[in-house]
Design a protein around this ligand. Structure first.
Ligand SMILES: [Zn+2]
Length: 230
């Protein structure tokens, strides 16, 4: 169950709570962190679409990832798309790109957030699942802090909408052995920003307000994490 305080503090004993705040001048040092935004899948990925075929996940992921990068760049952060291509770049190559930055900059100076849309079924029929969720690899790492920052920003920006949670490991994120989360060396999270096989969920995440809220929550969550890391 979530803490009654409403604060999403990690219970990881080695983690510091994200309490530290920095001034604008100190914040400049945050921009030394390389922020990699991944937009999952590509124009040639089979499936990964709504049952009526009108919603394509690769396209949605890019419509969220690109403004996140631009917004962070506007604020002085070193953000870039991990996959600028439209086609599906294999996970192995995506991980190689991330780890190449880690080798150059140090893994502590790189973060990865992978943007996705969820599905409750196999894509053949409409279902009713809704909600936002964030995933990390298993165990207690800096990724858990990043996930908590993203979740706090999601609760704020997706006001009144469902936030899916798994408190069994002491924090709000789900833990899965997704390739990009386990094969990369830096803090890494994957967000599922609604369900492409739910008409109710799709109506929101494809709306202008929905896209803005999803974009903003990532920008705010990432900045909150970087500020807490000082
Ligand atoms: Zn996906």
């Amino acid at each position: 169950m979530p803490p009654e305080s409403g604060e999403l503090h990690n219970t990881c004993s080695t983690m510091k709570p994200n309490e530290v705040r920095v001034s604008d001048s100190e914040r400049l040092s945050c921009s030394s962190t390389k922020i990699l935004i991944d937009n999952g899948h590509g124009s040639d990925t089979p499936g990964k679409r709504s049952p009526d075929g009108r919603f394509l996940e690769y396209k949605f992921n890019r419509e969220i990832a690109r403004p996140i990068v631009l917004d962070l760049q506007d604020r002085g952060y070193d953000a870039e798309l991990l996959v600028p291509e439209e086609t599906d770049i294999p996970l192995k190559e995506r991980a190689r790109r991330v780890n190449s930055h880690c080798a150059t900059l140090g893994k502590e100076n790189v973060i990865l957030v992978s943007i996705h849309a969820n599905a409750a079924g196999n894509g053949s029929k409409w279902l009713n699942a809704t909600g936002w969720s964030v995933y990390t690899s298993k165990g207690c790492t800096k990724s858990d802090n990043l996930a908590t920052c993203l979740a706090e920003a999601a609760i704020k920006n997706l006001s009144g909408r469902k936030i899916r949670s798994d408190w069994s490991d002491g924090d709000i994120d789900f833990e899965e052995s997704f390739y990009l989360l386990t094969k990369t060396l830096c803090a890494a999270c994957l967000t599922e920003n609604g369900f492409m096989d739910s008409k109710e969920s799709l109506a929101y995440i494809t709306s202008r307000a929905g896209k803005e809220a999803i974009t903003n929550l990532h920008v705010e969550g990432i900045i909150e994490y970087l500020q807490g890391n000082i």
